[in-house]
Design a protein around this ligand. Sequence first.
Ligand SMILES: C[S@@+](CC[C@H](N)C(=O)[O-])C[C@H]1O[C@@H](n2cnc3c(N)ncnc32)[C@H](O)[C@@H]1O
Length: 246
Amino acid sequence: MPGRTLAHPPAHQPDSLFESCSWFYALCREYLFRDHTPEISRALFPSAGPAPGTRVLELGCGPGFYACRLSQEYPQIHTTGVDLSRRLLARAKSRAASRSLQNCTFAHGDAHSLPDDSNSVDAIVVSRLFLIVANREAVLGEIFRVLRPGGRCFIAEPTSGFRTRIPLGCMWLLSKVTNSPAGRYREPRQADVMSAPDFSALIHSQPWGEVDLQYDGWYQYAVCEKRAEALIDSAWLERRVEWRAV
Ligand SMILES: C[S@@+](CC[C@H](N)C(=O)[O-])C[C@H]1O[C@@H](n2cnc3c(N)ncnc32)[C@H](O)[C@@H]1O
């Protein structure tokens, strides 16, 4: 099921678990989940470091962990974290403010439909987002659209259903106890973790120039580079034929 194509969320959206349990998710992000900053830096930036003015998006940024880490490490870049949860965005903003980061901003937005111009972003970070979005292919399509030719994205997705079920299950429980009856939240009760073939199929649904897929015990990663526009059509068709033949 490469591009899980559930319908877009209805106009009147149910609440989000990430909104109602923002504090709990922020704790998990800080103390439980792996920090991929070194892998992100290696994947997105040349060894000499990013050029001044490099524009980076973090999609589904939650409490802004990576947007802040990268802005702190590379003062010459500008990062923007985008998320649907206003409470997590408020946490992200105070995280940036507490570190006096001037090169890090946050915006409310939906990864299915980004406000950015096509070909306008240098690099994109996406961590643990595809397991909960309604339409994976639409989100990847937006990533491809807004990246500039030569721009790269780094995607990290968990591979263990069991490990992702624990924080999600706790959030369901906490929400049930403290807020509203169960069943009102838009997130699934069990995270929909992608198998390696599904992850590969999703990533190859866009005409990248270069794709590097890697797996370790708990995560699967994709580093994708968009090629120069003139080359996209013919090269992608060729690769698509080759890839389907495997
Ligand atoms: C599992 S968390 C990952 C947060 C962060 N990237 C990390 O690594 O911890 C998923 C985040 O995506 C956000 N989110 C879910 N659907 C989204 C969408 N369609 N557009 C933007 N953000 C979304 C949630 O509010 C939540 O903060």
